[in-house]
Design a protein around this ligand. Sequence first.
Ligand code: SAH
Length: 661
Amino acid sequence: MSNFAELKRQMIEYQMVARGLRDKAVLNALSAVPREKFVPSELAEFAYHDAPLPLAAQQTISQPYVAALMISALQLQPDDRVLEVGTGSGYGAAIIAEIAAQVYSVERHKVLADSARQRLLALGYENIQILFGDGTLGWPIQAPFDAIAIAASAPEIPQALLQQLAIGGRLVIPVGNEMHRQSLLRIRRISEDEYQQEDLGGVHFVPLIGASGWEEQRPKRSLKAAIGISAEELIYQSSEHFTSPSEVCLDKLLQRIGDSSVVLLGEPSHGSAEFCEMRARISQELIEKKGFNIVAVEADWPDANYINHYIHSTAPDPRLKNPPFSRFPNWMWANQSMLKFSRWLQDYNATFADNGHSVGFYGLDLYSLNSSIEAVLAYLDSVDPTTAQQARVRYGCLTPWAKDPTLYVQARLTKQYKKYEKDVLAILRDRLKSRLNYAHADGQRYFSTEQNTRLIADAEGYYKTLYYAEQASWSQRDQHMFNTLQSVLSFHGKDSKVIIWGHNSHIGDARATQMSARGEFNIGQLVREQYRGSAYSIGFGTDHGTVAASSEWGGPMEIKQLQSAHIDSYEGLCHNVATDNFLLPLSKPIKPALRKRLLAERLERSVGAIYQPESELQNHYFYSCLPQQFDEYIWFDETRAVEPLSRANGKSLFESFPFVA
Ligand code: SAH
C-alpha cells in the first residue's frame, strides 16, 4: 500500500467516520479520488491533513471534511446532473463525479479553471465540464440541475441558482458574513415557486465573488461607477457560456433560429478545428430536430460531390483522375473534423433515407476554383515566371480587404498578362468542361447542361476580373454561389431547408462591412435580401491559438500561431469577457445597451487559407459592424489547427477520407 493510500484511509477513518459522516457513497468517492493530485505538488505530503490548503489565485482547496459534508448534504443519486460553483482545484467536482452522472463546475479564476480541467482530464474524468465564468449566474444553458453545490460563501442565496434547480432538487450553500462564521444551508425546491430551507451548521468558506455574490475589492471602483457597466460585462450577461462543441447545449439557439429555412454558419479562418466541429454540431441538430436536408459549403462542386456520394453510399465516377480535396488548400475540407461529420451524415442517411429524409451535400464555390488557379499558374510558370510570380501574389490575396501594396502595381502585370489571356482562358475552359462532363455523366446530375454553361461563363468572368484587379471579382464569386444555392434549392423542392458553411466574409452581410463601400456584396447579403426573416446567420470568432494556413498561395500547410487579436477589434473585446466560449445573440433578444456598444464600428479579423502574422493588421483586418453583419456570434477564446488527413505512404489525401472505394 502506498503512503498516500494509507494516509487516505486514515483521513476517512479519523476525519469522516469518527465525526459521524457515514454516507457510503461519499466515503467510497473519497477513497477513489487521489487528493494528493489536487494540491500544489510541494504540498502533496499534507494532502490528507485535516485542513484547507492554498491554491493559485489566493484561493484554497477546502478541508476534506467540509467538502465531504457539503457533498453528502446534496443527497446525490447516480443519475443526477450537478452544478458546482467554485471549482478551485477540481477535488470537489471529482468526488461528485464519482457519485453522480454529470458535473458542471464553474470557476471565476481562469488559471484555476484551466488547471482543474487538465488535471481532471488526466485523471480520466469524462463526466465533468468546467466553465470559466461567474458561477453566481449558474449555467443557464445546462439547467435544470438535480443538485447545486456552492463552494464559496455568499451574502445571500443567488436567485439565478434557485431558478436553475430542478423540482425536487437540492442546493447547498454557505451563507453569511464573508469574514466570520457562515451557515451551511440546504434548500430544496418543492414546486415551481416553493422552497424549503434547513440550517446544517456553521462553516467557513472563501467568499463567493460575482454578480450575485460579494463585490471584488477593486482599487479603481469609482472609475467603473462613472462609466457604468462595461461592454465586456454586457456581453458576459447576454451570452450563453459553454466548454466545447461536443458538450454545448443548443436548445436555446434552435429556438432563436425558429422557423428559418436558411441557416448560414461562418468561420473567421479556414484552418481551425473548433469552427468545423461547432458547425457540425449545429448542423446535426438542425437536421435531426428541424428537418434541414441540404448542407451547401464553400467548396468546389466536384469535390463536394464526392462527399455527397459518400454520405449516400454510392460510388463516384471511376474516370475521375484527380482525387477530390487534393489541391490547395486541402486542409480546409480534408481534415479529421470534416471526416467525422461526413461519417455522421452517412449514418444518418443510412437510417432515414427510406422515409425520404436524406441529406444532400453540395459545393457552392466557383467551379474548381483552386485547381484551376493551379493549372493557370503552372502554365504561366512555363511561359513567363515573372508574370507567374505576380499572379501568385494576386491569388494569395483572395480576400476583398487585402491591402497588399503590390496589388496596386497592376499596370505591368495587366500588360504582360494580356499576352497570355487567351491561353489561360482556354486552359480554364478545357479543365472545367472535362470535369463537368464527368460530374454530369456519373449520375449525380448537375441539373442541366444550361447550368454547366453558366458555370463556365461565371468562372471565366471571375478569373478575368481577378487579373485586372477589379473590385467586382468578389461579388461575382458570391453571385455564383448564390445562383448555385438557388439551383440546389429548386432541385430539392420548395420545402427544403439549407445550412450554408462559408467563411465569415461570405456569409456575414457585406453591407455591414468595408466591402459595401466599394460596391461589393456577398452571399450573406443576397440570402438576407431574398429570404428576409427566414434566414439566420451566425458568425464565429477567436482570439488566439494555432491555425493551419499557408504563407503564400499554393504553399505548404503550416501550423501557425494565431496572434492574440488587436485591442480595437471585436475579437479584442470578446477576449476580455470573463469566460472562454459563448454564443451571443445579436438580433432577436439583445439588450439595447449592448447593441449600442456593439454598433460602433470596430476591426474584425479574417484569416483565409493564408495567414501572414507579420502583416496582420494590413492583411487580415477590416472594419465592420458586428450586430448588423450577423444574427448571432459564436466565440472561442482559444482555437487549435485542424488536423489534416495524412498523406500516408504517398497516397492521396482522399484515400484516407474513405469516400473512394
Ligand atoms: N471546491 C474547491 C474549493 C473551492 S474554494 C476544491 O475542491 O478545490 C472556492 C472557489 O470558488 C475558489 O476557487 C474561488 O475562486 C471560486 N469562486 C468564488 N466566487 C466565484 C464565482 N462567482 N463563480 C465561480 N467561482 C467562484
